[in-house]
Design a protein around this ligand. Sequence first.
Ligand code: PLP
Length: 363
Amino acid sequence: MSAPAPAFRFDPHQAPVAATERAERLIDPGFGRVFTDHMALIRFSDEKGWHDAQITARGPLPIDPASSVLHYAQEIFEGLKAYRLADGGTALFRPDANARRFRDSAQRLAMPELPEALFVESIERLVAADADWIPGGEGALYLRPFMFASEVFLGVKPAAEYLYMVIASSVGAYWKGGMRPISVWVSREHTRAAPGGTGAAKCGGNYAASLIAQKAAIAQGCDQVVFLDAAERRWIEELGGMNLFFVMDDGSLVTPPLTGTILPGITRDSLIALARNQGLTVREEPYAIDQWREDARSGRLVEAFACGTAAVVTPVGRVADTAGDFTIGTGGTGQTTQRLHQALNAIQRGQAPDPHGWLHRLT
Ligand SMILES: *Cc1c(COP(=O)(O)O)cnc(C)c1O
């Protein structure tokens, strides 16, 4: 079935936030608290396919209490940023990769696959409507596409109706005053994803399942949780929402392979390409928690960092584990971590050449 792509209707907000108030909110927006005036919305039904595409005033949704997402969690999402570039233009970073991953997630959750061009168009149109909300400096406009089962039915089956939406949030510099290494807690009790499960899909349910471990990490005085594989409880997988890299003393990098239980991060993929461009060896291979401790103690491992769209790169300084705590390097931010972060950040903001064609310019 290939119905023609629906045309977008634009219903401008009748009372958008005043320019002075907006400027005020953009001074120190933090993350995920300041929202723009509009949202994108496209409906899907088995009967009509994708239809009713619109950019409209952002506001609450009427939700029937029997909407199936509220009961069976058929929901997926994405996260990407629009940046102000050094030359005054604006660009999205690799939206085509998010579009593809959104389709993969939809497939895993038995949801309809939004055509990639429609995904990108919905974001382009929302950013065009809310361009004044893109902060300058080190900030960005964080875009959150998502889709959920809106059918009013309590039977357990893939829903026949869905709502796809995009909302946007102005975010500030993540690393104000320089990078701060985080501490991580190794979860021995809980796992995030199992073989055959939804670990490689970006679905809300994965986060719901990870929160108890994240809470345990906080109780241990740590910032984030590290998940091990569900089968052997031995192999390092990722954090609740970020992929992990390990830097060895010979300059090579190791990151866990994408075997279906790890979310295929676009930041991860970009950093692998950049590291290889810089002449570094990157191995996608399993890395065991005991090996991590041993390598950190012997000095064979010199740096570790997490990565994802929100913070881009986050150094890991300390690991807390029931089998023994350890420090990574000197506990600070390593040189390779710093260098890779700067290289990616410079491309994202149009301050460096973009040899991979990752920037998607908006006109
Ligand atoms: C989104 C996400 C990441 C990071 O992906 P990016 O595309 O780099 O933002 C990593 N792990 C999980 C579980 C995620 O949901």
